[in-house]
Structures are given as structure tokens and as C-alpha cells.
Design a protein around this ligand. Sequence first.
Ligand SMILES: [Zn+2]
Length: 571
Amino acid sequence: MSAFNKYYETVKHWWSSVALPVARPKWLNKLSPKFKKVPLSLPSPTTLIDGAPVKQEQSHACPNYMELKLKFRDIGRMNGIMEALGRDFLTAMPEGAYVSRLGQIAFMARRVHEELANQSLATLIEKSHTHEKKHNKQWDKWDSANLYEMESMYRHHCKVKPELIEKLAKLSYEGRRRHRDILKNNDWDSAKPFLSEMVTLQRQLAESKCLQNNKHKTESAYQALMRQYIPDGKLDDIDVLFDEYEKGLDKLLPKILDKQSKEEIPLPLQGEFPAGLQLWLNKSLLKVLGFDFTRGGLYETGHNPVEGGTPDDTRLVIKTSDEMNFLESMKSAMHEGGHGVYIQGLPRSEWRYQPVGQDLGAAVQESQAFLVEMILGRRKEFFDYLSPRIEGLFQRFGEDYMTADNLYRLKTRVKPTVDRKNADEVTYFYHIKMRMELERDLISGALSVNDLPDAWNAKVKEFCGVEPDNYASGCLQDVHWFVGKFGYYPAYALGHMMAAQFESRMTRDIQNLPELLSMGQFKPINTWLNDNIHAKGRLMGSDALIEEVTGRGLSAQSLLNHLEDRYLKSA
Ligand SMILES: [Zn+2]
């Protein structure tokens, strides 16, 4: 190779690593004619796995689809940048950067939206569909699923005005900050105008989403919002499922309360559990769960935590720990850990930024979190593993309240409360059901924000038989509405049901599950979850996935069985 060619290759390589086409620098024009032949937009660098390009960048028989893959790769990169900005907002950003950060996040949200909601993308999708129909053999199932997801992302955005996206992105991060202060000060007067503005914008968003989805022309505004989080979600089906579960629960709860009223009350924790040691415990537990710290971390925040992150940068955030109760931060870490292991297990090498490589939405996300936090993480065997270790960590040798049996009974004690986050596993559903009913009414207009506190209190009384003392322990306790998450709540209850259904299948496949838990060996559990759920990304919808993994569609029965086994049958 001549010296010039060598130089040419080097520059070509450098040029190809520039992600965005840029103006040709002047000095380039002075070079030889041969050099000038370098095309302005060389293909982006190809990532290789074992010598073969990853699917994201592998050329495809349909050039329009190939172009789509590169566009979505760049959209994914922008989403990754937004995620990183959001994590930083929660954990490290200096106060003085607040205003500029809101602007940065809103700008990025608008840019992502502009990339998604444009006609050229729609044309490429349409042409790719034509190619797929004509040359079906050239499309494997991953590519077809990817194209389907590209279209649904486009549909979520195409009729929404960019100004609305920008406003909502800004307001939702402002909402995190506002909620923190409002909660501290029990400040309903400040919450009211903020929530009113948010509800108005959410209604506008729902209206645009209803317009764009030709598959759900008659859907309600609330369902349109819910589908952002639960892509397969149909309200009618969810109502049937929730009714079935509620009926079963209404029968179980009095029996459980009666049984527990005759048992010894578990001993409360005593003394202080230093925050540093709690963080150490939580990080150790995440390691045990299989969380990869070379691609993520665990951080604390004064804000309410959020789930999320990307497979290469999964930074879990939990609330600053309460030194009187290590079980609280441990619960959050296990919950976020379930999310984190799912995110890290997505098919990132092959499909890093492609829609098919993403998680299946909030309900499946929550199923992974509930499986770890509530279903597996509250089994007696898990406390057998935990108890001697925390006795050592916190230096509480031989204390009765640190025994596996006492910790298990503490975590499975059922008592209706006003507080969702500290609710027990049995009454948790009532908190979701009442929130779902209230937010449906807020979006439809049947309930005004002004009347929310009274409506809230009436619902808690109806479902849990208790009443909050103030706004902070009532309608202001959750961050969701402040960050614009209307339609997210059903995902918790659906996720809990899925978790129980997955676990019942997993117990059949991994027969020594209890022994493994008592030794803290999560590897076989992780492998099962990865093979059956995580590594599949969005290859199929959540309904199809549940059916494939468990042999039947989602029902409330597994969760009811689980509650009966744990709370009524166990000694
Ligand atoms: Zn969660």
C-alpha cells in the first residue's frame, strides 16, 4: 500500500466514525482528486461479533429497512443521552444546573420526536412492509418484529405536536423537583395548579394518540395514555382480570387477617442501621441477583426513584435510606435490581438501539421487579440466606428480631395502610385499583383536580378501610402524576400477576429453587429469566410471551394461589 493510500485509509476510517454528516472542511478540498472522491456519508462503523456484523448494522436485502435500522440506531443513541441526563439530574447534578438541564432534556425529547414523527420515516416503513410481503423469505422473525415495533413507535409520535412533547418533557422533570418539595411541606396549594396543568397536557397528548392509532380508533383517552407503558394493554381485558383478582382477594384477605391475628406479632427492628452499611448490603444483594456492576451501579437520591437506564449503562436509583429500617432500602434495591437485571439481559449486542431490542414495557418490567422483590425476595428461604449475613454486617448477633423467621414474618405481615409503597403484598392491589379509577376520572373529566383530595380519601376508606391524616400521606404520596405518568399504575398489578405466573412455571423447571434461594444462588434463576424473557427483547408481544413461557394467557389465578400458599397454608 502506498503512503498516500495508507493515509487515505486512515482518514477514511476517521471520517466513517463521524456519526453525523458534516460540512466538508475546506482543507479537504486542497487534497488530491483521488481523495476528493471520498463520499460524504460513508456507512457508519460496523460492529463485529466473532467476525460477523451485528444485526443492527448488518446489511439487509431491503435498502429501505437498512436505512430505517440506521435511523433507529441514532434515535436510540439520543434516548441513551436523555437517560444519562436524567440519571445525572437525580444523583449528581448541582442545584445551579437545574434550569439549563430542564432545557436540555426538553430539547432532546423534541429532537427524538422530530426524528420519529416525520413523513420520510413513514415512507420507509411503508416500502419496507411492501418488501417484506413480496420477499418474505429475506425477512427473519427478528427483522419483522423490529419493523413492527418501528411502526408502532412512529404511530405513538406522528400526530403529536413537537411543542407538546417539549412542554411535557420539561414539566415532568420539573414535576420531580416540585413533588419533592410539595411532599415535604404537605403543600396542596402548590400541587393543585401544577397537577391541573399536567392533566390538561395529558388530555391533549391522549387526543393526538387516539388520532394516530388506526387500530384503536374508538379507544378512550386513558387507554391511549396507558398504551405508552403497556403496549398490548386493552382496558376491557384489564378490567375483567382485575375484577377476577379482586373477587378472589376479597375472600382471602379476611381469612389472612384472622389467621395472623392469632399469631405472635413479629418483633420490630431495633437501633440504627448505618446508611453506609445499608448501601453495602444492597450492592452485595444486587451482585447476588446477577446485576453487572461493570455496566451499571446503585445510587441514592433525595427524589423519588425512577426505573430505567440502558443495557450498557443501567444506573439504579433508590431513595436515601432510613437508618431505622434497613428493610426499606433493601426492598427498593431488590425491586430496582429486578428491573436492572432485565434491562441488562436485553439483546444488546445484536440489537442495541433497535426497537426489537427494547424491553416489553412497564407491565413486564414490573413483573421482573415484583418477582425479585415480593415473590422470591419474601420467601422464607431467602431470609435463611440473609439473616446470618446481616447479623454480621450490622453486628447484631443473636438478636431475636434478626432471625430468618422474624424477618420473614415482618415482611409478610398484612395490615391495610394508607401508603402504597409500604403496603404489604396482599393489600397492594387495592392501592393500584383506586389510583387507576381516580386517574381514569381525571383524564375523562369526571373528576377535577380540585376535588382530588376528597375523592382520594374516600377511595382509601373504601378499599383499605383507613384514612390519611394529611395530603402528603394521601393524594400527594406518589410521584407518578407529577411526572406525567398517567396510565402507568395498572402495570404494577399486571406485573404482580405475571410474576406469580412466571414463578409457578419456573418452580417446575428449577426443582431445587428453595435450596438455591437459601444459599443465595440466583444464577439458575437468572439463566431461566434470561432465556425465557430478557434475551427475547420485543421479539413478540407480552401476551404471546406469557403464553409461550407459561403455556397459557395471563390470569389472576397464579397470584391468588401464591397468596393462599404463603399466607394461609404456611405454618
Ligand atoms: Zn418498578
